[in-house]
Design a binder for this molecule. Structure first.
Ligand code: PRP
Length: 218
């Protein structure tokens, strides 16, 4: 099998797909960007030995962990929540750049609540990241798990603050929220199944090298 097996790359629709296509092109793999419109979940590339699968962003590490995909593109936000077990993370693709932040309503005095040692209610999709951040700061929090539209939580009294990713800042601004703390910068990483890296090395190694070069030239 070594040398000519199919390689599967897991991607999510939207920004990650849109930003990965030019990187693949620079690495010599043509992808017709309109294939994403077909609603098919297994998509071809210009390389007959490389196919893409379209999954939810938070499911990319799971497909790669279990070897259902050899490779994936996932945000650091998603990888931190997943834990990264069984995944090799060789390349920061420098796409999907944004930051993980704490945000609160404009009129909420976050700094003084933290100083006073108040117990904060924090709503987020990124429970692990939030838990670690506040534990490191020694701030007591009650975490409320949400699946989206976190910006709403402080506006309707569900939470004092949120942990979310901020890119342009326009979603926060539109909802009268302000960034009160940056937790970490975020970008998307190439992830590789550790077993695939061994069993399909002759195909995967050159692809990693070509992608690393495409990133450096970008
Ligand atoms: C993210 C995030 C914010 C928004 C920030 O949501 O949860 O809502 O982007 O971007 P901005 O600073 O440029 O306004 P995303 O669009 O990824 O949707 P989802 O989290 O609901 O999938």
């Amino acid at each position: 099998m070594e040398g000519n097996s199919m390689i599967t790359l897991a991607l999510s629709k939207g920004r990650i797909f849109d930003d990965t296509v030019p990187l693949l092109a620079a690495a010599g793999i043509a992808v017709d960007p309109s294939v994403i419109e077909s609603r098919r979940l297994i998509l071809p590339t210009g390389d007959p030995q490389l196919r893409m699968i379209v999954v939810r962003a938070s499911d990319v590490p799971t497909y790669v962990q279990y070897g259902a995909a050899d490779l994936g593109v996932a945000g650091k936000d998603v990888l931190l929540e997943h834990g990264g077990d069984g995944l090799y993370q060789p390349i920061d693709l420098r796409i999907g750049r944004c930051r993980m932040c704490v945000a609160a309503a404009r009129d909420f005095d976050y700094a003084s609540a933290v100083r006073r040692g108040a117990r904060l209610r924090v709503a987020t999709k990124f429970v692990e990241t939030a838990r670690r951040h506040f534990a490191d700061k020694g701030v007591h929090v009650d975490l409320i798990k949400l699946y989206g539209s976190m910006e709403l939580a402080p506006l309707v009294g569900l939470a004092d603050a949120i942990v979310d990713i901020v890119s342009t800042g326009s979603t926060l601004k539109a909802n009268n929220l302000v960034e009160v703390e940056e937790i970490m910068p975020i970008s998307s990483r190439l992830i590789v199944n550790q077993a695939s890296l061994k069993t399909k090395a002759t195909q995967i190694r050159p692809l990693l090298a070509a992608l690393a070069q495409a990133v450096d030239q970008g």
